[in-house]
Design a protein around this ligand. Structure first.
Ligand SMILES: [Zn+2]
Length: 303
């Protein structure tokens, strides 16, 4: 290769990387083997998929979801596999609820911290339950001040999804048995949903900030991801997405920008769009209600 060709090749490579889409995977809640017999299997399947795809993710366990025994131990498996562990509170209550005072919410954060902070990959990053960051200025800013004082950073998502809702439909079909054809339909639709939400928030981020951030996508430790994560990853890569670690993604300045919205929360891209006067945003940003009609039209059990 002559010098001129090498320069052109390098320029093309740089142009490609500058416009590349990248996202990281985060998994909320965790599973409780004392309540769900398949919890251990799903947890280990998910970890095996991540290992084979050479992906480092981050898990945000809530004690209300893991329980205090076997489910906590499943989170230790994530840490042992090198995935970061963050805080999703103990009781999984919404700071956006009038019934949850700031002091009570802080106790929830402290309880989860005490339960998981001995894990080797523990990070002081808070993923707010339901992505709700306060229904009043006092609660929102009070929590931000507490986090600052205690060396905590927020763990917003840029790409919000309704994987939990698709998981409900997946479990209904799986438990019914003999639903392979419908499961295939659901799989295609689930992957399309994730790709669609990623494209939507990527475009919105470009519109609001003028650039494509390193994304953080919201998923959950659940059966649907334990089953179909390889196909999900393959689909994203097929559309030009690179999968990066949350540790890297969170270095994007996007995540250090606290949006001035009330009620506070949702995807940080959504919140920044709201704060800068973008119209036509739906609230909540994501919900099963938005997904149900299309799934029902396909003959799937979407309540
Ligand atoms: Zn959660």
């Amino acid at each position: 290769m002559n010098v001129r060709r090498a320069v052109i090749a390098l320029a093309l490579l740089l142009a490609g990387s500058a416009g590349a889409q990248s996202l990281s995977l985060t998994f909320d809640d965790g599973l409780n083997p004392d309540k769900e017999p398949q919890a251990r299997a799903w947890n280990s399947q998910l970890l095996e998929h991540l290992r084979r795809a050479d992906i480092k993710a981050m898990v945000f366990p809530a004690l209300a979801r893991t329980g205090d025994g076997a489910g906590r131990a499943l989170i230790a498996d994530w840490a042992a596999a090198g995935h970061a562990v963050g805080n999703h509170t103990s009781r999984h209550r919404s700071l956006g609820s009038q019934k949850v005072a700031l002091e009570a919410f802080i106790e929830d954060v402290q309880e989860a911290d005490a339960a998981f902070n001995a894990l080797p990959t523990w990070q002081r990053r808070l993923r707010f339950p339901f992505l709700k960051e306060g229904d009043t200025v006092d609660k929102r800013d009070g929590m931000r001040a507490w986090m600052y004082d205690h060396g905590y950073e927020s763990a917003p998502v840029s790409i919000d999804t309704s994987d939990w809702y698709y998981n409900d439909v997946f479990l209904t079909l799986s438990k019914a048995g003999g639903q392979d054809a419908k499961l295939e339909v659901l799989r295609a639709h689930y992957i399309r949903h994730l790709l669609d939400r990623a494209a939507y928030y990527d475009k919105l981020a470009l519109q609001v900030t003028g650039k494509r951030p390193m994304h953080v996508m919201l998923l959950h430790v659940n059966a649907i991801n334990a089953t179909w994560l390889p196909q999900v990853v393959e689909a994203f890569k097929g559309q030009g997405w690179a999968i990066i670690s949350p540790r890297k993604a969170f270095t994007d300045p996007l995540y250090a920008t606290p949006p001035d919205t009330l009620p506070a929360g949702e995807s940080i891209v959504w919140a920044l769009a709201k704060a800068t006067g973008v119209t036509g945003l739906r609230y909540p940003a994501e919900d099963g209600d938005y997904e149900a009609p299309a799934l029902r039209a396909l003959g799937l059990p979407a309540d």
